[in-house]
Design a protein around this ligand. Structure first.
Ligand SMILES: [Zn+2]
Length: 337
């Protein structure tokens, strides 16, 4: 076995960091309890899923069975009580959350949650509701990876720079797909949408897939009426917020709250950062979310939540399409013992 020995202090610190974090989590769990907040996106069976966002209905049902047998799934109100009032979380607590607002949340995930009598917090990107458009990362998949007859090259202007990209073979197409996934999250939503408008006609792929639609307004209203559903906001157009100037961040954050409240006729009190990694929000983003009136805000990095966790960037565990036994095994690693 070839184990490299870190020579610098920096290297040693990096090696020790997970151990120190584990000790800190255990200490916090002892004092403040702990809760695993789970992050789902979709419950559906799909032929392709390059972002690994979908969990099959059978697997989702198996996850909920594991949770009901071995954990304590909190309602959104219970979670809020412990986080906001800094009250110790009960042992083996779990909160279910979903990001984005896919129609399958209503048609497939909701009935399964209702059968189990469980609740989840659904964060919705308001600009996609009723749009009839696929989410922008899904459009990139459809227009590029699933396009059977793409042009040999496309001209694209991203962030003021115009250049040509070859789409000659599968490798080139994959490269452009990955480049655009990365660059389109950095630019304002309206610039990205303008680029996608042009791309749709250039590559002859204009029809949204029925399997990939966000909810309509009618679906969102019916969805929000379920006791298994609590609605939160997730920006208007799903950009990486920290890459936008503060005014644009405010438009995205406050705008999604206002739009969802107008659609639902009730207050929307929770937010999650689009993408949610440490590169996608910063102190300015946190402040805007707090000032917008959101009570708490979810991020997307792994770790347990405890009663003293930061209200506007608490961690979540991303859930993949795991079988019941694999989910049970993963859950065993999500909470400190
Ligand atoms: Zn999202």
């Amino acid at each position: 076995m070839n184990r490299s020995i870190p020579r610098s202090l920096f290297g040693i610190r990096n090696v020790l960091r997970p151990t120190v974090q584990r000790l800190r989590d255990t200490w916090n769990a002892l004092r403040h309890g702990s809760c695993a907040v789970l992050l789902y996106h979709r419950v559906i069976e799909l032929p392709t899923d390059p972002q690994q966002l979908a969990v099959t209905p059978d697997h989702f049902d198996a996850h909920l069975q594991v949770l009901k047998e071995r954990y304590r799934v909190l309602s959104v109100a219970e979670f809020e009580h412990h986080l906001l009032h800094q009250r110790r979380f009960p042992r083996r607590s779990v909160l279910l959350t979903f990001d984005d607002g896919y129609a399958d949340n209503h048609t497939i995930a909701r009935p399964i949650l209702e059968t189990h009598g469980l609740q989840a917090l659904f964060y919705i990107a308001s600009g996609y509701i009723e749009s009839g458009r696929e989410f922008w990362w899904d459009e990139l998949e459809r227009m590029l990876l699933l396009n059977e007859d793409p042009p040999a090259a496309i001209d694209l202007e991203v962030a003021g720079t115009r250049s040509s990209r070859a789409l000659g073979d599968a490798g080139a197409v994959q490269h452009v797909y990955e480049e655009l996934l990365d660059s389109l999250r950095r630019i304002p939503s309206h610039d990205r949408d303008a680029l996608l408008d042009g791309l749709r006609s250039t590559v002859h792929s204009t029809e949204a897939r029925n399997t990939h639609l966000p909810m309509t307004r009618a679906e969102l209203s019916a969805f929000a009426d379920s006791p298994s559903v609590v609605i939160g906001a997730h920006s208007v157009g799903h950009p990486s917020l920290a890459r936008q100037d503060p005014e644009e961040q405010r438009r995205e954050i406050v705008g999604s709250k206002r739009e969802l409240e107008a659609m639902l006729g009730r207050e929307v009190r929770y937010f999650s950062y689009p993408f949610g990694t440490g590169a996608d929000f910063d102190a300015t983003t946190e402040l805007i979310a707090a000032n917008a009136g959101f009570l708490h805000t979810a991020a997307n990095y792994p770790g347990p939540v405890h009663a003293r966790s930061p209200r506007h960037r608490f961690p979540r565990h991303l859930v993949r399409d795991w079988s019941g036994p694999e989910f049970a095994q993963r859950m065993g690693t999500f909470l400190p013992r």
